[in-house]
Structure formats: structure tokens, C-alpha cells
Design a protein around this ligand. Structure first.
Ligand SMILES: [Zn+2]
Length: 143
């Protein structure tokens, strides 16, 4: 009974936007759902049962902050995975058995999970919008 009401309510109401940086319910540039967001949504829906179902956005005020966080996340992910791969290669070269390979894969996964601690999703932008965005971002968001 209660569950039926909730799911009906969910469908009839338009999803509220929510800024992923400041948490305010204001509109902005929409976040592109990727495997991390999908995994978190799945987790919230099936394990913790508290899926909020917000439309995730980055508001104008937070765009500069977001861009910095996104850039640092991107470079961190690359370096973390690189470190993982180097360690894995060293282990496999020196160990040369199945245990070393498993440990190597474990290290790569561990480094990837570490990089997710500073996770920042990408934005959902059409190609033309992206170009416009790049050209006008300094005027629009840096003041
Ligand atoms: Zn914000």
C-alpha cells in the first residue's frame, strides 16, 4: 500500500535537480551518468533502499570548483592506475607465478578504488554545447 503510493508519487513528480558540489536544489549543467553513478544508484536502490532519485547537476556557482575537482580526479586516476600497473608488472616479473599475477591484479583494483575516493563525474554535454561551453566558460562562470 505505502510502497505503491511512493512509486506513483515518484513517477508523477519531475525529478528535482541537485548540485553535486554544494548540495543545493538548483538547476545547472547535468551530470553524465557513468558506471560509478550507476553502481552507486544500484547500491542505494538494492542495498540501502534510500535512493533519492535527484537529477544530478553542477550549478553555475560551483562550476569552477567542480572543474578543478574533475581535473584532479582525472589526473589522479591516471597516475594511480599507472602506479598499480607498474607494481603489478614488477610483481609478475619477479614472482612469475599465479599468486604474483593475482596480487598484481589486486593492486590495480586497489589503486582504482583509491582513485574513486576523489571521484567526480563528467558532465552531459552535446558536442555543439561543449564547444560553446569551452568558448564561453570564462565569461559565464569565472566572474
Ligand atoms: Zn552548487
Amino acid at each position: 500500500m505505502i510502497y505503491g503510493e511512493i512509486s506513483m508519487k515518484k513517477e508523477s513528480i519531475k525529478k528535482e535537480p541537485r548540485c553535486i558540489i554544494c548540495g543545493k536544489e538548483v538547476d545547472g549543467l547535468e551530470v553524465k551518468p557513468d558506471h560509478v553513478i550507476n553502481a552507486m544508484r544500484w547500491f542505494k536502490r538494492n542495498i540501502t533502499h534510500n535512493e533519492k532519485n535527484y537529477r544530478l547537476v553542477v550549478c553555475k556557482d560551483c562550476y569552477v570548483k567542480y572543474k578543478k575537482a574533475r581535473d584532479s580526479y582525472n589526473s589522479k586516476t591516471v597516475s594511480y592506475i599507472l602506479i598499480g600497473v607498474i607494481f603489478a608488472a614488477l610483481l609478475i616479473i619477479t614472482g612469475r607465478d599465479l599468486g604474483a599475477v593475482a596480487a598484481g591484479i589486486g593492486i590495480i583494483i586497489l589503486m582504482y578504488v583509491l582513485s574513486l575516493l576523489s571521484y567526480m563525474p563528467g558532465l552531459k554535454l552535446a558536442k555543439s554545447e561543449k564547444r560553446k561551453e569551452l568558448n564561453s566558460s570564462s565569461k559565464k562562470y569565472n566572474n
